[in-house]
Design a protein around this ligand. Structure first.
Ligand code: PMP
Length: 417
């Protein structure tokens, strides 16, 4: 590592940040520059606690769960089920039977959409989503509609990236069977009025699925208070392992719905004549799951709890305002998404420059941002842009990261425009 440049000196002093120091991957140079990681909405870096726990799992209790009578299998099963209980507490579920381990948000939504498509939905019914959903909260519902003939209805938004609540109310009628909606937009950062959305849907008897992929790491979530029927999120966006996620479902719903996949663990008895499905939550966990990921998601949640989501939310809110002020002073920069309530992601376009070119130049300065449509192509169509540059924040970022991003952005704009 070159220790002479100003960048490196600044970077080294920056390592005094006690939260940041727990994330070893942030402590590196890219292209000779200190890494500034602002792609947290795509995935977060992992703290030592999680990294060490992964190694500990494979060097101590690695084995298959729910099956073996032997010591390791019992230890792994206990750890797996302890994680489920921790997650139930984290989101304030009624009990751990309401917590299903999945591969991630995408699988959770596909699971609910697929089970719903086999639960009496017909061509007389409809499903509501919003105009700024991630593709993973659009396509599974389109697939349900293809299978059942149901209609997909979309809540429009305004130029600021806020949903039009009167239009939402107008879409609600007795054909609606489920409303599937993000809590926080991964592209615009908009925080939806989620409680109101849920209440209104319940008034007409519709179920509600909340995509909390961009909420659970920024805001405290209480599923009892929200009264949502389903809620999904991913471990890798909240400092945990990749390939693990959670589907929360109200017990009544999970009991009613048919299983998603068939296989080991989701059955009580099998014969060639009849199969009896297992009780919750196992009914929805066919096959060997991502055992290590599930166990170590608890470690990530413990890490978040030690800092406290309220403190994280307040800190990130401050960072978001600081970043918004910093980038809007740069000539040619347009912020995409100006909702009053925002968290996590700050998207922008630059007049006369393609987001990809900005992203490549920032990368060469050691600054990792995301460019493109962020799996939300309808948002790009709405604003008539090819994509955005998105900086997204986590609890280890600081105003220094934002200053470097804003300086880098200014340089990139000057080079391109
Ligand atoms: N929904 C939202 C709002 C997201 O931001 C993402 C990830 N970008 C997803 C769903 C899909 O998450 P995953 O790829 O972890 O399944």
């Amino acid at each position: 590592m070159e220790l002479k440049s100003e960048d490196v000196q600044e970077y080294l002093s920056y390592q005094g940040n006690p939260v940041r120091e727990q994330f070893p991957s942030l402590n590196q140079m890219v292209y000779g520059k200190p890494l500034i990681y602002l792609d947290n909405a795509a995935t977060t870096q992992k703290p030592w606690k999680v990294i060490n726990a992964v190694q500990e799992y494979y060097t101590t209790i690695n084995s298959n769960i729910h099956r073996g009578v032997h010591y390791l299998s019992q230890k792994a099963t206990d750890a797996y089920e302890l994680s489920r209980t921790t997650i139930a507490t984290f989101i304030n579920a009624k009990n751990s039977r309401e917590v299903i381990f999945t591969k991630g948000t995408t699988e959770g939504i596909n699971l609910v959409a697929d089970c719903f498509s086999r639960y009496g939905i017909t061509d007389k019914d409809s499903v509501i989503i919003s105009s700024f959903e991630h593709h993973s909260n659009i396509v599974p519902w389109q697939m349900l509609c293809d299978k059942t003939g149901a209609r997909l209805k979309v809540i429009p938004m305004n130029e600021d990236g806020e949903l039009l609540m009167d239009d939402y109310k107008a879409l609600l009628d007795d054909t609606v069977k489920i409303v599937a909606i993000s809590y926080v937009s991964n592209t615009l950062g908009t925080i939806n009025p989620i409680k109101e959305i849920i209440d209104l849907a319940h008034q007409i008897g519709s179920a509600v699925l909340v995509d909390a992929a961009q909420a659970v790491q920024h805001l405290a979530i209480d599923v009892k208070d929200l009264d949502c029927d389903f809620l999904v999120f991913s471990g890798h966006k909240m400092y945990g392992p990749t390939g693990i996620g959670i589907l929360y479902g109200k017990e009544e719903w999970l009991e009613k719905l048919p299983p998603y996949q068939g296989g080991g663990d989701m059955i009580k008895t099998v014969s060639f004549v009849k199969t009896e499905y297992n009780e919750l939550p196992f009914k929805f966990e066919a096959g060997t799951p991502h055992i290590e990921g599930a166990i170590n998601l608890k470690v990530a949640i413990d890490f978040i709890n030690e800092i406290g989501l309220e403190q994280i939310a307040a800190f990130e809110q401050g960072l978001m305002s600081y970043a918004t002020t910093a980038v809007q002073e740069i000539p040619g920069v347009n912020i995409i998404g100006r909702a009053k309530a925002k968290t996590g992601s700050l998207s922008l376009s630059v007049t006369g420059a393609h987001p990809y070119d900005i992203g490549v130049l920032l990368d060469k300065m050691g600054i990792a941002v995301r460019t493109g449509h962020h799996c939300t192509q309808p948002i790009m169509d709405f604003y008539c842009i090819p994509g955005t540059v998105r900086a997204s924040f986590a609890l280890y970022n600081s105003t220094l990261d934002v200053d470097r991003f804003a300086e880098g952005l200014k340089r990139a704009v000057n080079m391109l425009v």
